[in-house]
Write a protein that binds this ligand. Sequence first.
Ligand code: FMN
Length: 164
Amino acid sequence: METFDSISERASVRVYQSKPIEKSLLEKLVDAGRRAPTARAIEPWEFVVITNNDILKKLGEIATSGSFIKDAVSCIVIFCKDTKYYLEDGCAATENILLVAQDLGLGACWVAGDKKPYAGEISKLLGAPSDLKLISLISLGWPKTRVEQVKNRNLEDVIHWEKF
Ligand SMILES: Cc1cc2nc3c(=O)[nH]c(=O)nc-3n(C[C@H](O)[C@H](O)[C@H](O)COP(=O)(O)O)c2cc1C
C-alpha cells in the first residue's frame, strides 16, 4: 500500500476478531515504531508487546478509556525515558505503528497513556522501570467489521499559505 493510502484509509478500530496476530507482524510493528524520528537521536522508547489474554484483560480494566483492549488479541505499550521531547518521540513511534498496522490490514486504536491517572498502575502491572513514562497503548487485532472513517476537516479549511 502506498504511504498516503495508508494515511488516508486509517481509522481507529476497537472491535476485533479472535484470530491471533503472527509474531513476525508484531515485530514488524515495533520495527516501524523504533524507526520514528526522535529528537537529538535519543530513541528513548521501549515497546512491550502483550498477547497474553489475562494481561490484556487487566490492561482493559485499568486503562478505562481503552476498555476494548480486554477483547484485543494484542497490545503494544509504548514507554519512553523522561527526555525533553519524550512525548513527541513516543507519539511519532505510536503513529508509525498505526500506519504500518493499517498497511498490514490490522485494526488498531491509540489509547492514551501519558497524563492519564492510570499510567502508574499500567507501569506497575508491566514491571516498567521507574524512569520510564507511559506514552500510549495500541490495541490490535484483525478488524471484525468495516469501520466508518471520521470526517476530517477540509484541506482548504486547515491550510494557510505563508500566513493566516
Ligand atoms: C493522543 C491520543 C489519545 C487517544 N486516546 C484514545 C483513548 O484513550 N481511547 C480511544 O478509544 N481512542 C483514543 N484515541 C483515538 C481517537 O479517539 C481517534 O483517533 C479520533 O477519534 C479520530 O478517529 P480516527 O482515529 O478513526 O481517525 C486517541 C488518539 C490520540 C491521538
